[in-house]
Design a protein around this ligand. Sequence first.
Ligand code: ADP
Ligand code: MG
Length: 701
Amino acid sequence: MTTSADKRQQQPEDSGLASVATLPGVGPALAETLRKLGIERVQDLWFHLPLRYEDRTRITPIRDLVAGESAQVEGVVEAVETGFRYRPQLRVAIGDASRETLVLRFFHFRRQQIEQFKTGTRLRCYGAVRHGQHGLEMVHPQYRVVHGETPVEATLTPIYPVTEGLGQQRLRGVIEKALARLPDAAVLELIPQELLGPLGLMPLRDALLGVHRPAPDSDVTALLAGGHPAQQRLAFEELLAHHISLKRLRAKFRKHRAPALPVDPDLRKRFLDALPFTLTRAQRRVSEEVARDLARRVPMLRLVQGDVGSGKTVVAALAALHAIANGRQTALMAPTELLAEQHLRSFRAWFDPLDIEVVWLAGKVTGRARAAALAKLAAGAPIAIGTHALMQAGVEFTRLGLAIVDEQHRFGVQQRMNLRDKGAGAGEAPHQLVLTATPIPRTLAMSAYADLDVSTLDELPPERTPVRTVALANTRRDEVTERIRAACAEGRQAYWVCTLIEDSELLQAQAAEVAHAQLSAALPGISVGLVHGRMKPREKQAAMDAFKEGRIALLVATTVIEVGVDVPNASLMVIENAERLGLAQLHQLRGRVGRGSVASTCVLLYQPPLSGLAKQRIETLRETNDGFAIAEKDLRLRGPGELLGTRQTGEMGFRVADIVRDAALMPSVQRVGMAMLRAHPVLAHRLTERWIGAAARFASA
Ligand code: ADP
Ligand code: MG
């Protein structure tokens, strides 16, 4: 459906769509540099928004400077000193009417610069203030020589994302020229008035001008914090653009047909009867939601989120039953080999008794074993489990009906969409089930997973006793060793997790080996095992098996055990250098204990002194075992990028929006998005072009 508003917006005189090369002073070289920033059209410049602002609207007396903040000062050169202590440096002392001195420190400088700083010269400087050897100083401030009364800037100075060969000044000039081409308010607006009006947001044109050239009387504090009405308006529009784009991706995917996979009640009953436990209410509800999706000829796109230990694996297995009952294949993919192996063990335990074969295909499966696995899949084997290797070219499924992806936050939307090509032939896509152990706050899920339906396992299986968490300085290691001795004497088992910030498997392995040697010496008579990422799979597996069967009482491990291990008799977990890990990871690790009915303890060993952030993280873990509460807190402490994993960060690289700060906008984003997709598809398309079109074109180039 195309409305009159749509038609108007389609008209070719749209000044925003013109190439940047049409702007005065933009030649081929500059156009090429701009392209590096994802800027090709005039409107890309309109929407190239300041990252932050510098406040040069006032001069701060030197006496009032605060370390850690940026400020503009003006003073007269009192002394100049060049030195060569460890490296060349230039120190310039300036003083002002507040009768304090500030040192400007330069490590790179030229002769002419020294000559500029004659005693008595008046300098205006902008920079970050910090504590130096002799009071406050600025390192490499921006500065210029001023004479007499020089007016300060009338407005905040916008700081844009730049690239090599294009500085702030020049870019600011180009953006100015682009802004001169902004059409009038009504033409610029892409959100229909009947949707926009009730939201009480500022007009887009005013918002753009407001952030590019803040008015002298604009609310400086709000602008610096990103909460100015102009920024809110833009944040709304940006969130809307992303939302629409995810919804469109979803709609495109759902145009494919999928095989209808109704339940086989008999098979399901046999499966459930053989399970060593009964499903929780949450598991029943979620697997019914999945069952409804699977019965339809539209590909399912569903995310199941649930805390560690909430029992997502069996929900996945129940979904696989649907495929099996209908002669279709299931592929289950996990981000790490270890996690995939854990699924393999669970699935084999459940499916072997039903005579259903589970094929193993990880990256490490090579040679004849690989050829055999591939042949089985090509012949229609019902279930395949593996890592990303399952998605590689060369892996052919004959009748893939269901793709299960564990740990969604390490996969990207694009990878998910690529799965459709593994479908069972022309126009048919497999159903998709995504499992994530990183619970996501609702508003965040709304923006991050707009392409998925979300089911939540909000209940843990019974007889789990909450884990008690204690934090101890690592000076108290001996006490901890004693605890381990006591626990093992009672026939219980323990983990000792070694962590390092370095992302080096070698260093991690070495740290674990050292800890293993120390603990073995300190705990005679207790069998201590070791598992780390540099061991051969067979050795790793042997250590895990020994631990699982109780032949090893204490398992020293690197964070490779973060996911995948399930030993209900383990009731003590010690995490070394806990201050180095993030909340989500600590919570995952802690989830390895508390899986049986004995009361479990998690000891967070830390290296004092703790930073404020580390303190808050440890405090949060001591207060709660609830993954959702922890995720909310994590989001506040770290921001969404890290919570969702690096891959998602790139995809969600927002310019003004902040999905935590602007979470309150999400319900209206969702409402307006739905209305625009339904009634104004052309406008919806143009909106996404504006906000992510350039970036997307750039990324795929
Ligand atoms: P996660 O959601 O973290 O992937 P898992 O699927 O690994 O959780 O399940 C954790 C443990 O709980 C496994 O040992 C599993 O067999 C067990 N489990 C799952 N569902 C139930 C249930 N309803 N009752 C008892 N134990 C269960
Ligand atoms: Mg799991």
